[in-house]
Design a protein around this ligand. Structure first.
Ligand code: ATP
Length: 542
């Protein structure tokens, strides 16, 4: 029970604090993520081959500068954000940027946490009576999305006390009846009170012609902030706090966050540029998963099937640390693609190529001794088109739940997070039965994702009772030919092979790929995928 509890307070489920399993429904049912995507995702189209088979998927207008944005150059060293002064009455927030953008790949210089971009943000104007008359357009709010709990007076809270999942864990055990919303309002309340006190003091001093003591700093942030500010006007810089999804306009490591691409359970991803460089910056208030992801992406730096890793940065704020990861910008994810095709069913020739490449992704990360553990359509994306042919390749991303499961000697490494993957609705049958997720389970999850991509109503199955769902997973393994829905029955050779995987025999990825090929012999499953730029309907020619 304790494990389960700890699990559902883990980051991926914060969005659905009262019903963690909702997370896994939300993904498929046009929840928050999809709404945001609907707003921000441009239209585009993907074809499996420029001649033989095309797929009606809306055209992706690569709105960023180029088709050549996948380069792995790094920001120029020492790039600094221009420091603008802004005065704002009693509301002061500081921001200094001694950016350390580096021309050396950061995976070479260790796991990065350079506090190059410090921010102190007062949330007070947002909360309660302290509304700022002219909101600064540059906004950040970490608190709205964070679930940190401040128990004590400002000044007595240390970062270790307000950061990380231990806080949630601890709190829940002692106050299981208190919801996160309440906890959050306590945090706001404490903050507002601290601000109120400071404001009264300052006002009193000003009216008595005594100069104010210091800018309002509601909570200590990080030891870094005890260092004197280099910029004497730092306190005049106002960054009003909003949410993790409102970071457009800020700079991280010299990268300007231009556009919100998508948002997940606890973070948001932005298209960001520095000069001619365009990358994706993933921002989150949840440290543990971001650290895990950064660690995995560094490990995978030489892997071609994952986004390139550029940096991880921790930006102190009064509400905790804003974590960001700079990584290669990808195109749309496969779930978005699925939603755009007619009947929500990807055509066979394209589907086998996708299955082939997705399997290659898993093969590649498993070769780095990583198990992904969150394999779903929405965690594969196409790369940006590579000119001149607009060729794309499928990449796997979102390593927040991934695990380095064995060391170089082949010894198993235990996962200290104690996550209970049985609660993930789309877990494999074996995992549903209580086993830990291993590479084989990634493949089984992939088999669900491919079914889903073929047009099968996987969402309906996911919504069914636990028993029905488990039985369905079991039948798919025991008798794939019968259990497969008609649209995907052609893939029986591959599903047969997947069901024969066991713990003892190492996975033969090449044999599995051959089974994908055998499923649709008239097409080349290993052939490339291309973007089609026009938005026309087309025929499937064989
Ligand atoms: N490197 C990238 N390039 C382009 N878009 C990306 C990239 N990484 C993520 N995205 C987009 O941002 C969205 C959210 O990212 P991600 O899935 O990593 O966040 P998350 O919080 O873990 O979401 P979830 O909980 O739904 O898995 C993705 O669905 C994807 O569309």
């Amino acid at each position: 029970m304790a494990n389960r509890f700890r699990y559902w307070v883990r980051s991926p489920f914060h969005k659905h604090r009262n019903d963690p399993e909702e997370k896994f429904i939300d993904y498929f049912s046009g929840g928050t993520v999809e709404k945001i995507k609907a707003k921000y995702t441009p239209t585009w189209k993907l074809v499996s081959s420029s001649r033989t088979s095309t797929l009606t998927i809306p055209t992706f207008v690569v709105s960023c500068a180029s088709n050549e944005t996948t380069s792995t150059r790094f920001p120029e060293a020492g790039k600094c954000e221009t420091f603008q002064q802004r005065s704002s009455e009693n509301f002061s927030v500081t921001r200094s940027n001694s950016s350390t953008g580096s021309s050396v790949p950061l995976q070479m210089t260790g796991p990065s946490n350079f506090p190059s971009n410090q921010m102190n943000m007062s949330l007070a104007p947002q909360n309660g009576p302290f509304q700022q008359p002219n909101p600064d357009p540059m906004c950040i709010s970490v608190l709205q999305e964070s679930h940190q709990v401040y128990h004590s007076q400002p000044g007595t809270v240390t970062m270790s006390a307000v950061q990380g999942s231990q806080v949630h864990h601890h709190h829940h055990h002692f106050h299981p009846q208190i919801g996160f919303e309440q906890m959050r309002s306590y945090a706001f309340h404490a903050q507002a009170q601290a601000y109120s006190l400071w404001y009264q003091q300052t006002a009193a001093m000003q009216s008595a012609q005594i100069f104010g003591p210091h800018p309002f700093q509601p909570f200590p942030t990080n030891p870094i902030n005890t260092a004197p500010h280099k910029n004497p006007f730092h306190h005049q810089r106002m960054i009003r706090a909003v949410t993790i999804k409102d970071l457009v306009g800020i700079d991280i490591r010299g990268f300007h966050l231009n556009r919100l691409i998508g948002a997940g359970s606890f973070g948001a991803v932005y298209e960001s540029t520095s000069g001619t460089e365009t990358i994706a910056v993933k921002a989150s208030i949840k440290g543990s998963d971001v650290l895990n992801e950064a660690d995995c992406l560094q490990r995978l730096f030489y892997c071609n099937f994952t986004p390139k890793y550029f940096f991880h940065q921790e930006t102190p704020t009064v509400n905790g640390i804003l974590h960001t990861i700079g990584q290669e910008l990808l195109g749309p994810d496969l779930e978005t693609i699925r939603q755009k095709v007619p009947w929500h069913a990807i055509k066979r020739p394209t589907l086998v190529r996708i299955a082939w490449q997705a399997l290659s992704c898993l093969e590649a990360i498993h070769a780095f001794n990583l198990v992904h553990r969150d394999v779903k359509l929405g965690n594969f994306a196409v790369s940006l088109p590579m000119s001149p042919s607009n060729r794309v390749m499928i990449k796997i991303f979102d390593f927040g739940l991934a695990h380095h499961y064995k060391d170089e000697n082949g010894d198993m490494i235990e996962d200290s997070t104690n996550s209970d993957f049985r609660r993930m609705k789309y877990c494999s049958y074996e995992v549903a039965m209580g086993s830990d997720p291993y590479p084989r389970d990634d493949l089984h999850q992939l088999s669900f994702a491919i079914l889903y991509a073929s047009g099968f109503d996987f969402l309906k199955i996911l919504k069914s009772s636990h028993d029905v769902l488990t039985e369905w997973k079991r039948d798919l393994l025991r008798q794939p030919a019968q259990a497969l829905p008609p649209l995907a029955r052609f893939l029986s050779p591959w599903y047969d092979a997947l069901s024969e995987l066991n713990e003892i025999v190492p996975i033969d990825y090449e044999a599995l790929k051959q089974k994908i090929q055998d499923s649709l012999p008239a097409h080349n499953a290993s052939a490339d995928l291309y973007w089609e730029i026009e938005d026309e309907k087309y025929d499937l020619k064989e």
